[in-house]
Design a protein around this ligand. Structure first.
Ligand code: TPP
Ligand code: MG
Length: 339
């Protein structure tokens, strides 16, 4: 049990396990040649951040994510089948296959959009927060981003405005120690990110992402303050287990470092905490098996789903009635048919 809300620890563990299993199958989707593109950024190792913060949020809260956002969306209630279908570029995906891994959005679940531009999703939550404040909805908007965004000016403009206008906003940095191949200490002289946030007048905290209970408690406190017009900043420290994206074998890291980093495993630690608290291992095994079955069904669904029609490509992109370009695929079909 954590202090900030009554989410049981088992539910936090379950969400982390679902994220881990989902991401493993995203990797599989890619190897099977079924993903839409190769730029798949897995959040394995970061489950404590996604589950801890995501589950401390409430219905009606909103969020944006960076390019490594699958786990955050799952923690906020995403259907893994529709997510996997989106990553496979299929019609039944959240954005009809047009967004893919890095541009998933769903307004009904408060997902205001994943964004591939480092820091790009951050100012959106300031706008959302301003709207909640004016309309007195009681909701909070959370920006999730990586440590790479800590060196982006857009973050500081957004933090300044949120603090100045007392907006119900939380800035959440998932510090996985790397921005692509650059380790954080090669990108900045100061890694005390909370101090930077405090300098802007925000509540600021840093927490270890290995312990999902801690993340959940600290995030819950900051979210309640944000709801009360005291915007905040939380940095969650963790280790990116694998390369930046699926094609990256991390030649810039030693195997010793990776071995040590992967010991910072929030899922393994969560399991051990439940065992220590008296949960039987066979119950945990059964829970893990249920999750595996759920995620197997998600990948099966995505692989079997149909691709969108070529003609659907420009739907929701161009105004209805305006002339649309011809899809390249239609043009190629015509050329090959004439050969
Ligand atoms: C403005 C901008 N600059 C550079 C890039 C290229 N790029 C994509 S991801 C990335 C690293 C991001 O690192 P971080 O924010 O720590 O997120 P992580 O990948 O570690 O989750 C970079 C530099 C980009 N997408 N946008
Ligand atoms: Mg990073």
């Amino acid at each position: 049990m954590t202090e900030a809300s009554n989410t049981p620890y088992q539910a936090l563990y379950h969400t982390m396990r679902r994220i881990r299993s989902f991401e493993e199958r995203v990797g599989e989707l890619f190897v099977r040649g079924e993903s839409a593109g190769s730029m798949l950024h897995l959040s394995i190792g970061e489950e404590g951040a996604a589950a801890g913060v995501g589950m401390a949020m409430r219905d009606g809260d909103s969020f944006t994510t960076h390019h490594r956002g699958h786990g955050i969306f799952l923690a906020r209630g995403a259907d893994p089948k529709r997510m996997m279908a989106e990553i496979a570029g299929k019609e039944s995906g959240y954005c009809a296959g047009k967004g893919g891994s890095m541009h998933i959005a769903d307004m009904t679940l408060g997902h205001l959009g994943a964004n591939a531009i480092v820091g790009g999703g951050i100012p959106t939550v300031v706008g959302a927060g301003l709207s909640y404040k004016i309309r007195k909805t009681g909701a909070v908007s959370v920006a999730f981003f990586g440590d790479g965004a800590m060196q982006q000016g857009i973050l500081y403009e957004s933090m300044n405005m949120a603090a100045l206008w007392d907006l119900p906003v939380l800035f959440c940095c998932i510090n996985n120690q790397y921005g692509m191949g650059t380790r954080i200490d090669q990108a900045t002289r100061s890694t005390d990110f909370a101090a930077r946030a405090r300098a802007f007048g925000l509540e600021g905290a840093m927490v270890d992402g290995d312990d999902v209970g801690d993340v959940h408690r600290v995030a819950g406190d900051l979210l309640e303050k944000a709801r009360d017009s005291k915007p905040g900043f939380l940095s969650v420290s963790c280790y990116r287990f694998f390369g930046h994206a699926r094609m990256d074998k991390s030649p810039y890291r030693t195997s010793d470092e990776e071995e040590a980093g992967r010991k910072r495993d929030p899922v393994a630690r969560g399991r051990q905490i439940l065992i220590d608290a008296g949960m039987a291992e066979d119950r945990l095994d059964a829970l893990d098996q249920d999750v595996a079955t759920e995620m197997d069904a998600a990948i099966d669904f995505a692989v079997a789903a149909s691709a969108p029609d070529n003609d659907a490509l420009f739907e929701h992109v161009f105004d209805a009635g305006s002339p649309r370009p011809e899809p390249q695929a239609n043009r190629l079909d015509r050329i090959f048919a004439n050969e």
